[in-house]
Write a protein that binds this ligand. Sequence first.
Ligand code: TRP
Ligand code: SF4
Length: 537
Amino acid sequence: MTDPDHDSRAPDRPYPDGGREARSASDGSSGQRPRDTATGADETTLDPWGSSTVDDYRNLFEEFGIEAFDDVLAGVPAPHYLMRRGVIFGHRGYGRVLDALRNDDPAAALSGFMPTGDPHIGHKLVFDELIWHQERGADTYGLIADLEAHSARGLSWAEIDEHARDYLLSLIALGFDPEDGELYRQSDNRPLQDLAFELGIETNFSELESIYGFGGETDVSHMQSVVTQMADILYPQLDGPKPTVIPVGPDQDPHVRLSRDLAARMRYFGVTEAYASFEADPAERALLAEVFEALSSSDEDDPVRCVAAADWLAERDDGSAAAAGAIEKLRAAGKEPLRPRTRFLDRNATKDAFSALIEAVEGEKRVYEGHIDSFELSPEAADDLAREIELDHGGYGFVAPSSVYHRFMTGLTGGKMSSSIPASHISLLDDPEDGYDKVKSATTGGRETAEKQRELGGKADECPVYELYAYLLAADDDEFATKVYEECTGGERLCGGCKEQAAELMREFLAEHQEKRAEAEALLEDLDIDLDSPRAT
Ligand code: TRP
Ligand code: SF4
């Protein structure tokens, strides 16, 4: 096994996590094959309906721009063990959710489940993440993605009803408080559908084609399930903008990215920095910042003129499109002085909202057709003002949703943990004895003989049984998980006894979980959620 990262990271953790090597995705394949979906140079695919495989989680940082969870870990109040152990490995924009949690500001957490089979121990990771956020004060939502299961996976409504019930019972049994949080199914949530419809106006087919590989044969309901998921993700903000975290597997990242785009597109105003009256894209803007920095002096009578800035850039022209664009715009602006400012761009504002913003910007400002420049407001203050005006005029004022990503669990038989291969996973509904048996027959990272194991140690990093300890069985007890790891790799622990211990813990866990599920029945009955679809097919 080669993992150059291994030694350097190990000391950062209470113990090395079990998932750093090759790991692959959950759930079986869809009727619709992965097309040219988000594919990186080394063939990592992130396909919500395919069987995503992730060979090396580090690729996700470089290729897709997912940020490392390690970078925010220090700011997490009493981190969950899945965070401490590196099972939760990545995020997008989670910092703003952490800030809100720390300051007791409004925050939300939401995730969704396609009711295509039994909930299993892989889903438990997400249940735990939701519950953790709920316990820290976030408004927490769990939803049943029944429209998606029906359209993208072809499940009947009767099957969906049954599985939906099972997901909800397990979520409640694990500690979700349904009175404090909200559980819903996509198909009977009217405000959700209305939001999906609005978001559909901002989404076009070529975009779905490039993100998901949709084509002429893709059915319309599948596309509708995408805008429905976009609405799910923004749903917690219907009663006011707030940082929202979406805990999911990395296969859902394409959805997260689209939702972040849509959140911005729905805004009335965009706020950017600017240097002159013309509009510039981010790359051009970076060059304008550079040239301004280089040429400006403190002498107010001697401002940097756009033509002079163009000349300066032309001399250093690196041949990039950004340089060409910036030079052309600067020349066209002629003698206009370069001056840093904060710009409000009109994206979707109503006329009234645009006029109201003009009124509300204090201090020196200039008004153009599609934007307003303020020479006194900081970008942060401008952002707050833009949102305030938007909310006053009927807009949503969405904050970009954030996400956290967890590693996929390895199947007990090696390879993927898949809902469609019963021996590969442990269902939360499995008879405790069956759970015991499945662990006993799991693949391990052990050596061929006990003798060799004593001599060389086991390969805990490649062992699905060790993963069970780290992801579930050791729960909050870091010391215990570390002990298993060290005894294994040190050759003191042999697979027979190790599996016996894990199997017994699994039996206990399942028995206890199922008792709690039985207790959760009454709570579920009391909720206003219809688990008998009136639909025929
Ligand atoms: N697409 C998700 C899945 O395949 C389910 C889902 C629907 C979801 N809406 C969501 C997940 C919103 C997170 C947030 O499992
Ligand atoms: Fe896996 Fe336990 Fe064997 Fe180590 S001793 S390889 S953790 S089963």
